[in-house]
Ligand binder design. Structure first.
Ligand code: NAP
Length: 331
């Protein structure tokens, strides 16, 4: 089979098509013919992890160290990227009961990645679910990672009907899921993103869109019950004035400073800082599938590239401001 692999860290050109052995599913695994995968934040960072320092890493230093151990210090241990996909079950291990050959599925292999290949094995109990019936493979591939993170984080935050919610980083994978999930919970949603993503976030259902390059939302007279900051770009001291009486600022990406602020604001003050990790679970993927089929979550793709143009896909995703998912097709 063909796979997109990297043998060294670096620019998009390190992604090369290789002829490799087709995997064989273990007893508890399904072999999936991958039809589409995406270029997301994790793929871009894992392709050039050598350049990631504790300072420019979006999470605490200890997380950086463990990520570095996993992905490799100077050479990539993870050679096949791709943390979300859509495809069709080709064959199953003998202990598998939930899936059979021919079933369309979508999923999130997460940190082990591996979806940049024509075939992928995943445990039947992995983050895998039947593909939403109303989506193409390209749309379904782009609907796993960001939506399961967003659904978990906003459900845990207890977003209520009528609340005012602001998503900072709304045009990326988690942000676009968060805009739609917050609308599903009945919130009034303000989406903050770059210029290129303004029409995209409005098309996803945002009530208002703010270009962070032109306007600082913390300087506005609006207040919000809940602010979700995807990349951890806004400080609590700045955000405080736009939080309502018992408002919360939740960081999806955070450092030690924000963890300490979570501790101190949990003891004193009405306005809170929250830092939370989403597990990326199969239950959430199944819930996302239901929301997609109910028309509550949709995928508006930016651009699709064939696997032979994986390097171009990475360059495009890296250079352009986010205006929807960038997809790689493998059929
Ligand atoms: N807490 C958890 O459990 C969890 C789980 C997974 C990932 N993460 C973290 O989430 C982050 C990745 O999220 P993602 O996949 O959604 O990323 P993404 O797809 O790259 O999206 C990032 C978004 O942020 C926007 N942005 C960039 N600079 C900004 C600024 N200064 N102010 C406001 N918005 C800005 C981008 O818009 P433009 O492109 O237009 O600039 C884009 O909309 C990583 O830091 C990762 O570590 C956390």
């Amino acid at each position: 089979m063909k796979a997109i692999e990297l043998s060294q860290y670096g620019p998009p050109e390190v992604l090369q098509i290789k002829e490799v052995e087709k995997p064989v599913p273990k007893d508890n695994e399904v072999l999936i013919r991958v039809h589409a995968t995406t270029v997301n934040f994790g793929d871009l960072i894992a392709r050039n992890f050598k350049a990631v320092t504790p300072r420019n890493f979006n999470m605490p230093g200890l997380f950086w160290f463990f990520a570095k151990m996993y992905f490799g210090f100077n050479k990539p241990n993870v050679k096949r990227l791709g943390s979300e996909f859509s495809g069709v079950v080709e064959s199953t291990g003998k202990a598998v009961t939930a899936y059979k050959p021919g079933d369309p599925v979508f999923g999130y292999p997460g940190q082990p990645m591996g979806a940049y290949a024509e075939y992928l094995c995943m445990p039947e109990s992995g983050v895998l679910a039947p593909k939403p019936a109303n989506m193409s493979h390209e749309e379904a591939a782009a609907s796993a990672y960001g939506n399961i993170m967003a659904l978990y984080l906003l459900r845990e935050a207890g977003i209520q009907k009528g609340q005012k919610v602001l998503i900072n980083g709304a045009s990326g994978s988690i942000g676009s899921g968060a805009v739609q999930v917050a609308k599903h919970f009945g919130a009034e949603v303000t989406a903050v993103c770059g210029t290129a993503g303004l029409d995209y976030v409005k098309a996803l259902g945002a009530d208002k869109a703010i270009d962070y390059r032109r306007e600082d939302f913390t300087e506005s007279s609006e207040t919000y019950d809940f602010v979700l900051d995807v990349l951890g770009r806004v400080s609590f001291s700045r955000c405080k004035k736009v939080l309502s009486e018992n408002g919360r600022l939740q960081y999806v990406s955070f450092k030690m400073k924000q963890l300490l602020q979570m501790l101190t604001t949990s003891i004193a003050g009405n306005k809170k800082v929250v830092c939370k990790l989403a597990p990326g679970s199969v239950e959430d993927l199944k819930a996302v599938k239901e929301l997609i089929e109910a028309g509550e979550i949709r995928a508006i793709l930016d651009k699709s590239f064939p696997m032979e143009q994986a390097a171009e896909a990475h360059r495009y995703a890296e250079e352009g401001g986010s205006r929807g998912p960038v997809v790689i097709t493998l059929t």
